[in-house]
Ligand binder design. Structure first.
Ligand SMILES: [Zn+2]
Ligand SMILES: [Zn+2]
Length: 155
């Protein structure tokens, strides 16, 4: 489904349209962050005299790439949306609104967990899985080098 256009004509028989758990494709140009999406929407659209009001929910899951350790992880999605349009506008693409809602909720820097330790800047090891001692070794090397210079100066 690419579009879901509702117009005032759709409300001739009934003043209410209900859609439940409809799957939709979500693609965006932030594919370095968003690795996948499995999303569904539900909504209730009500027509009042000159206005149609939509209240809905987007559920499912999205796969993001952690900005620190670059591991893909899945996150549950549960977000609401609301939109309305008037008789002058006549019709409205609800799917566009739904996709925009998802888009606006994409974290700028997703984290697989709050305290993700990230990758080691020296060896690339994922520090969540195991520790490496690169940083400590660098400090030790640095200190050893300093000492050797000081010793040389004394001689
Ligand atoms: Zn992470
Ligand atoms: Zn390391």
């Amino acid at each position: 489904m690419d579009k879901l256009i509702l117009s005032f004509n759709d409300f001739k028989k009934s003043k209410k349209i209900v859609v439940q758990n409809e799957k939709f494709n979500f693609e965006c140009d932030q594919d370095d962050i968003v690795k996948g999406a499995d999303l569904f929407f539900s909504f209730e659209a009500n027509k009042y005299d000159d206005i149609i009001n939509v209240v809905g929910q987007i559920k499912g899951s999205m796969t993001f790439e952690c900005s620190r350790c670059l591991t893909s992880f899945e996150q549950n999605v549960d977000m609401g949306f609301e939109c309305s349009w008037t008789k002058e506008e006549f019709e409205f693409d609800i799917l566009k609104e739904i996709k925009e809602t998802v888009f606006l909720n994409i974290p700028a820097q997703p984290l697989c967990k709050k305290d993700c330790k990230g990758l080691c800047q020296y060896c690339g090891n994922n520090k969540n899985i195991k520790d490496c001692f690169c940083e400590q070794n660098r400090i030790d090397e640095f200190v050893a080098e300093k000492w050797s210079k000081i010793k040389k100066l004394k001689i």
